[in-house]
Design a protein around this ligand. Structure first.
Ligand code: FES
Length: 114
């Protein structure tokens, strides 16, 4: 079930911040084009918060060792990361951001539509 996490205008372009939703750490990200994403906040390479990393284009970079993940799919883009992070469905309704940590974005469907 989606949980309201913030107002959309609280998300800064090109920034990420961490929220805990039902005990799940989530990195909320708004890329420089204004697209919003909700990724698992823990890097798949180590116990590092991705929201403390760097948003660059359609990726987020982990500050610890430079691993990168695609925002839309959670797919690894740069070593040393080789495993994806989860991406949760995010919706914006009347200016409010909702995230459902009980589900996952259908990455195959996303890639098929891209
Ligand atoms: S802990 Fe994230 S790249 Fe190593």
């Amino acid at each position: 079930m989606p949980t309201r996490v913030c107002a959309e205008d609280e998300l800064e372009l090109g920034e990420a911040f961490k929220v805990i939703i039902d005990g799940v750490p989530v990195a909320l990200v708004k890329d420089s084009a204004g697209n919003c994403f909700a990724l698992g906040d823990t890097c798949s390479h180590g116990d590092i918060s991705l929201s403390e990393g760097f948003v660059e284009g359609d990726e987020i970079e982990c500050w610890a060792h430079g691993g990168k993940f695609e925002l839309a799919t959670g797919a690894p883009r740069a070593l040393p990361v080789s495993d994806p992070v989860p991406v949760y469905p995010l919706t914006i309704v009347d200016g409010d951001v909702y995230v459902d940590v009980t589900s996952r974005v259908d990455v195959a469907a996303y890639l098929a539509s891209a």
